[in-house]
Design a binder for this molecule. Structure first.
Ligand SMILES: Cc1ncc(COP(=O)(O)O)c(C=O)c1O
Length: 392
């Protein structure tokens, strides 16, 4: 039986890590894999998380099962950050559960939508490749809309026409902030309009918030999501703590459902629990427990938010340097200054991507997506010079 299975293509980004590791050049640059890096090129554990882990080791009395919903203290502690402090559960209309990272949350959100009768998902193009991959795996149909204009701004006509076309049985997937792969987010005014359109749409909004705090700050990065929550009757939110707590491999995330009436919530969440049970049974505890300890402790919260500020400031500095370079060879780096988060796309041709690797030891995805956090004061001038040489 097993030889019925066909060879699957290797994940392109993981293959890129190997290519970079095998390159002997000392000045090579890795702009591929999506993790934050310091000015020294490291991805350290947050100090606040280290302190919380220490406390966890000393105080955790049991590792007995918690249930498919995971650590509900963690799930609830996140809610004011996501939905605001005024009405974090929208009067009993929002409930959540812990998931294995943002990917686990998306998987659960899409499977829940599928169970609810969603047969078609609208997603921007381009988007994070795992979005269509999960949809395909679940057999949910897909429609795309244009997310970005060639000038590097959000394509409002794209999202307007998607929402106008959405019918009952459709879901509309939106990135909450720090769009992957383009770094192009909707402005607050654009979110106001999108929320208004979603209020009158039969489409179910699914918000993917995987980088809160990495764009403009924890509050500002939740603006669009909160506008949609205030306007639309229902919503699913897939949340990841893997970037904003630096927990990547500890797989820390949550799924939230917002229903039109509080009374509908228990049945919705029971489907989430049943789906979790059939997939991973229970989410891994460690990262969520550490993040909860941080959020429950005032001092550790201040430390965490300060560490997050430093990350964001460093990425903004690198973006400002790129934008200041302006027109470089055949490409204009100016729009990267106004984009958000880890990623931006530079419109390289496939040959130019290859030339950046071969001639300069600079590695990034074939789509031209670069991880801005891979740039440092020590390598950014080399990067800009390489872009000029390859595209000029
Ligand atoms: C847009 C988007 N959503 C969700 C995720 C999921 O993150 P994780 O599963 O690592 O928590 C990512 C990670 O790269 C992402 O870019």
């Amino acid at each position: 039986m097993l030889n019925n299975l066909e060879q699957q293509p290797a994940d392109a980004l993981l293959a890129l890590i190997k290519l970079h590791n095998d390159d002997p050049r000392v000045d090579k640059i890795d702009l591929g894999v999506g993790v934050y890096r310091t000015g020294q090129g490291d991805t350290p554990v947050f100090g606040a998380i280290k302190a919380a882990e220490q406390r966890l080791v000393e105080t955790q009395a049991s590792k007995a099962y918690l249930g498919p919903e995971g650590d509900m203290g963690f799930v609830r502690a996140l809610m004011p950050y996501i939905f605001g402090t005024d009405a974090p559960d929208m009067g009993g209309r929002i409930e959540g559960m812990q998931t294995p990272g943002g990917t686990g949350s998306l998987r659960l959100a899409f499977a829940m939508a599928d169970r609810a009768g969603i047969t078609r998902m609208w997603m921007g193009s381009p988007t994070w490749p795992n979005h269509p991959q999960i949809c395909k795996d679940l057999g949910i149909g897909m429609e795309t809309f244009s997310h970005a204009t060639p000038e590097g701004t959000a394509d409002m006509d794209g999202i307007r026409s998607a929402i106008a076309s959405a019918q009952s049985g459709d879901a509309i997937l939106l990135h909450g902030c720090c769009h992957n792969p383009t770094g192009i987010d909707y402005t607050n005014e654009q979110w106001d309009e999108i929320a208004g359109l979603l209020a009158d749409s039969p489409g179910l909004p699914i918000l993917d918030l995987a980088y809160q705090g990495l764009g403009h700050g924890m509050e500002q990065d939740a603006y669009g999501l909160r506008r949609v929550a205030a306007a639309a009757p229902e919503m699913l939110v897939a949340y990841s703590c893997d970037k904003n707590f630096g927990l990547y491999r500890d797989r820390t995330g949550a799924l939230y459902a917002m229903t039109a009436e509080p009374g509908a919530l228990a049945a919705v969440m029971s489907n989430g629990h049943a789906l979790a049970r059939a997939n991973w049974s229970q989410p891994p505890d460690h990262g969520a427990a550490a993040a909860r300890i941080v959020m429950e402790d005032e001092g550790l919260t201040v430390q965490w938010l300060d560490e997050l500020d430093q990350m964001r400031t460093r990425m903004r500095q690198m973006r400002a340097r790129l934008a200041a370079a302006g027109q470089v060879g055949g490409v204009d780096l100016t729009p990267l200054g106004g984009q958000n988060g880890l990623f931006s796309i530079i419109p390289f041709t496939p040959e130019q991507v290859q030339a950046m690797r071969d001639r300069h030891g600079i590695y990034f995805a074939g789509s031209g997506r670069i991880n801005v956090a891979g740039l440092t004061s020590a390598n950014i001038d080399n990067f800009i010079a390489a872009v000029a040489e390859v595209t000029g």
